[in-house]
Design a protein around this ligand. Structure first.
Ligand code: CU
Length: 131
């Protein structure tokens, strides 16, 4: 009967009430192993793909490449208002928006889009949209 006593003590250690005295202690070990599997998180990128920071009266990065269906997000980190206006095909035209605000544009077709901030001459950017 020692075998039964050992099995019961293992069940007790695993937190089971111990209704059965069969050899089920092997399955009761399983829950304890699931805690160590979630290590090694991916490093966070500074700017996500499709994200453009407006800073220093510039679009950063000034040129990005995204896929059709991706969303481009502009984020203003300047203390002055900016906008983003497509100067070729009129696919997007944001309002002026201030620090901490964002504007999003979802691409719908492949091509090159040149855009500007209309209140800051020379503040230009380019989006290459690929299939
Ligand atoms: Cu601007």
């Amino acid at each position: 009967m020692r075998k039964t006593a050992v099995a019961l003590s293992l069940l007790a250690l695993a937190g089971f009430a111990g209704c059965g005295d069969d050899d089920e202690d092997t399955t009761s070990n399983a829950p304890a192993e699931t805690t160590t599997s979630q290590t090694g998180a991916a490093p966070a990128p500074e700017a996500a793909p499709g994200e453009v920071i407006m800073k220093g009266i510039r679009f950063q990065p000034a040129e990005i490449t995204v896929k059709v269906g991706d969303t481009v997000t502009w984020k203003n980190e300047d203390p002055v208002d900016h906008n983003a206006v497509d100067e070729d095909g009129g696919q997007f035209k944001s309002e002026l928006f201030g620090e901490g605000k964002t504007y999003e544009f979802k691409t719908t077709k492949a091509g090159v889009i040149n855009y500007v901030c209309t209140v800051h001459p020379g503040m230009t950017g380019k989006i290459t949209v690929t299939e």
